[in-house]
Write a protein that binds this ligand. Structure first.
Ligand SMILES: Cc1ncc(COP(=O)(O)O)c(C=O)c1O
Length: 418
């Protein structure tokens, strides 16, 4: 991934959305074309990722870390190569700090069940943002119920960014963890994670960042951010589903007890008890998602070929076209302000068009969008809306996809708003 910033013009001119789209077979079915605008839920897969999975099953499939034969060694080295790629993708971290999970949800649950159960006491506090995905709320609620810890929510300001003044006032002696998204799955806003981590660190508070919506768009450097844990899912960044990553600082991971018990996570087992394998295996019980991990490696390689700064500007440009078309529509409430610190996701609520009706009108034109609470019910309640529509463009979309959605929106408006 090219990390250097480029001028807008030169970056965009090098970004060829048509060429990128041609890499995604699901978007090139002539008889059944789709305008896929739901990439924040999960994104489409390029041929190289699909082929890497086929290759794994056809040519290099065996269990990993266990077999004393060449085929297993081949599978192990392909699987471990992804750990290498992830370690570099996160800015150059230790291999043993990269834990394979089934996704962001599993990674957050892992931290809650291990670090959380070990360290939290009654009255301790966990800070979350009001805009968090349920995956970064519910595991902490379960933990709070078990330990007697208390959860506090940080509101957003008028720019849909965390209110840092309120945040500062919420930190206290009791706060043990601040967990928050890098990018909101509802608004697409990129949160100032480095500043937020610095604020927490001044108070000696650990930070966990949910990077599920950041990794498809942004270069990540966990050392530069300064956080303690960072998690993400493969399926939102062109990789397969069922694979994700927990990165944690080794001094924390070392002290954490295992999450699940089973194969590969032990050093020895007797009828009396067990001892644990070293990191990262201690936290990876059972046969892992071998092919999915290999597919994640192919996805990282794919994204590394793309100028991600140009890709981000492309996604913002598509989102801005949509915002411009919707901004002055009577009855509309745009949840997304649109700005430079934004990945192009557009969410909105229309007082006379139910989001599910909107999604059905879109579907009639083969436009895929998301309608509902976006796994962010506390955020919807805070915004005082029941649900919203979300349009999330990505590297393979073009203005035509946005135009088709706008036509669907106009049809819905004409039909339902009289
Ligand atoms: C911000 C955020 N966090 C967490 C998740 C959960 O990811 P997964 O379902 O891959 O575990 C999502 C998925 O939409 C998300 O958008």
């Amino acid at each position: 991934m090219k990390h250097e910033m480029k001028s807008k013009e030169s970056a965009i001119s090098q970004f060829d959305e048509g060429k990128i789209k041609s890499c995604f077979p699901a978007l090139n079915i002539k008889k059944d074309p789709v305008h896929y605008l739901d990439s924040a839920a999960t994104c489409q897969k390029p041929t190289c990722v699909i082929q890497s999975i086929v290759h794994c099953y056809e040519k290099q499939y065996a269990n990993v870390h266990r077999g004393s034969y060449r085929l297993s060694e081949k599978a192990t080295s392909a699987y471990e190569e992804t750990r290498n790629l992830v370690a570099r993708f996160l800015g150059g971290v230790h291999l043993h700090e990269v834990i394979f999970t089934s996704g962001t949800t599993a990674a957050i649950n892992l931290v809650a069940r291990t670090w959380g159960e070990e360290n939290l006491r009654p009255g301790d506090e966990i800070l979350l943002l009001i805009s968090e995905h349920h995956s970064n709320i519910v595991p902490w609620q379960i933990l709070a119920k078990k330990t007697g810890a208390v959860i506090r929510f940080v509101p957003l300001n008028e720019n849909m960014l965390p209110d840092l003044n309120i945040l500062e006032n919420l930190f206290s002696e009791k706060t043990k963890l601040f967990a928050f998204a890098h990018v909101s799955n509802v608004t697409g806003m990129i949160y100032p994670v480095k500043a937020m981590v610095q604020m927490a660190r001044k108070h000696g508070i650990l930070t966990l960042i949910d990077g599920a919506q950041a990794v498809p768009h942004l270069p990540i450097d966990v050392h530069d951010i300064g956080c303690d844990f960072y998690c993400f899912s493969g399926h939102k960044m062109c990789g397969p589903s069922g694979i994700g990553i927990l990165w944690g600082k080794d001094e924390l991971l070392e002290k954490m007890p295992p999450f699940m018990g089973g194969g590969d996570m032990i050093a020895s087992v007797t009828t009396e008890g067990s001892t644990w394998n070293k990191l990262p295996y201690k936290l990876e019980a059972g046969t892992p998602g071998i092919a999915s991990a290999i597919g994640l490696g192919a996805a990282i390689r794919f994204l590394q070929q793309i100028d991600m700064q140009a890709a981000l500007e492309h996604d913002q440009k598509l989102g801005t076209s949509l915002i411009n078309a919707l901004r002055d529509v009577p009855g509309i409430y745009l949840l997304t302000p649109g700005a430079d610190n934004w990945v192009g996701i557009v969410s909105f609520f229309h007082k006379s068009i139910h989001p599910h009706d909107m999604a059905a009108f879109a579907d009639a034109r083969s436009v895929c969008i998301r309608a509902g609470h976006h796994c962010a019910q506390p955020f919807m309640n805070w915004l005082k809306i029941p649900a919203a529509c979300r349009v999330s463009p990505y590297i393979y979309n073009d203005e035509n996809d946005i135009r088709e959605f706008i036509l669907a929106f106009q049809e819905a408006e004409k039909t339902l708003c009289g």
